[in-house]
Design a protein around this ligand. Structure first.
Ligand code: DHB
Length: 377
């Protein structure tokens, strides 16, 4: 995304990718895009397919045992979210990059960042192994968009960064199936058997998740067991008409919140999972990576187009202000919708009261809607 935006602005960028293009395009990732991300894709001129094949959603349903609340995004914010898979966004970006002739190196390994701390005229370097050879790129800046396990964050000396973490005591078991969605909007369900989510990619492709113990493995869950458990957790009117079928992907992921401060160190700028992780409830992971890219791109444009030497210095502060708000929202949704090992009758009444508050207080729905469609950049 940053590479494509830079290309539009006449800023040279090389993308280094650890895996193959085939691998990147085979991963099933998030599926709900905030309005700001939709605008960013339009700015990057990669929105044509999303505009025709994506599904704008004007609201979502939250259920708690026998209660259902619909939160109307359009009514409360005047906008909507876009259901369009991250895998499709990646495919569109690859195609745009093919057309512009931008350089993306795949299967890159043993990446080392050099001189990232230097603020002088010297620039910095990235060294790596590619095609069996050791190579080095000299550059002005490094965008560390290399995920939680990548080398960028660790290139910031430990004493120069502060890390904040919340580990949740359960995971999400997800499946993708070639079946019509359970409902025309997403359903987030808190049931006495735990959380469930009914999502989708298109009219023939559905995505479902179940809260599951961290000790469960994918092999422990047959498709039949998954569907049976899902039906027990979602509103009965939805369960009755649910169309089931074989899963075409099944995976399990742990839940955690994580933030690294600051998000920049000299010439290195962290973005996305390299700097922060959210629990998936509310679909903020990809979207928060996109807002980082917006701030980083704005800084790069000011630096190169307006020769504003100070522009890069404000990135971390601007990005983190929004990062913490999406952490808060993801934490709130996760707390509201899951059964924790220590959820006692008192906590359950609090969850129910929060849902009743949401059901009856318009300003509570508005707060949820504003956050779900995405806070302004
Ligand atoms: C999806 C994932 C989420 O975490 C979420 O809140 C909504 C949808 C999805 O993969 O479709």
């Amino acid at each position: 995304m940053l590479g494509q935006l830079c290309h539009q602005a006449g800023i040279d960028a090389i993308v280094l990718e650890r895996r193959s293009r085939k691998h990147v395009l085979s991963r099933i990732r998030a599926g709900v895009l905030e309005q700001g991300f939709v605008d960013l894709l339009q700015e990057a001129k990669v929105a044509t397919r999303m505009d025709t094949e994506g599904y704008p959603h004007d609201g979502t349903v939250i259920s708690f045992e026998d209660m259902e609340v619909r939160v109307d995004f359009r009514k409360h914010t005047g906008t909507s979210v876009m259901v369009y898979g991250q895998t499709e966004v990646t495919r569109d970006l690859y195609e745009a990059r093919d057309q512009t002739g931008g350089l993306t190196l795949h299967d890159v390994d043993e990446v080392e960042l050099g001189n990232a701390a230097l603020d002088g005229d010297e620039g910095c370097t990235v060294s790596f192994t590619h095609d069996g050879q050791r190579k080095t790129i000299e550059c002005d800046y490094i965008a560390g968009c290399d995920g939680f396990h990548g080398p960028s964050r660790r290139a910031i000396p430990a004493e120069k960064r502060k890390e904040f973490e919340r580990v949740y005591p359960f995971g999400w078991l997800g499946i993708l199936s070639e079946t019509p969605p359970a409902h025309h909007e997403l359903i987030y369900a808190n049931s006495e058997r735990g959380f469930a989510l009914c999502s989708m990619r298109n009219e023939r492709l559905s995505r479902y998740y179940l809260q599951a113990p961290l000790t469960d493995r994918v092999e422990d869950w047959s498709d039949d067991a998954f569907w049976a458990e899902l039906k027990r957790r979602i509103p009965s009117r939805i369960a009755e008409t649910l169309v089931t079928g074989p899963s075409i992907e099944k995976s399990i992921a742990p839940l955690r919140g994580f933030v690294c401060e600051p998000m920049q160190y000299g010439r290195l700028f962290l973005a996305g999972d390299a700097a922060h992780i959210v629990p998936p409830t509310g679909a903020k992971g990809l979207n928060t990576a996109a807002s980082d890219i917006h701030y980083l791109f704005e800084a790069l444009k000011a630096r190169y187009q307006e020769r504003d030497a100070a522009a890069m210095g404000g990135y971390s502060e601007r990005a983190l202000a929004r990062v913490w708000k999406t952490q808060r929202f993801s934490w709130w949704m996760t707390k509201l919708l899951h059964r924790f090992p220590d959820t006692d009758p008192y906590e359950l009444r609090i969850q129910r009261a929060e849902i009743e508050h949401l059901a009856t207080v318009e300003s509570a729905q508005q707060t949820m809607a504003i956050n779900y469609v995405g806070l302004p950049y």
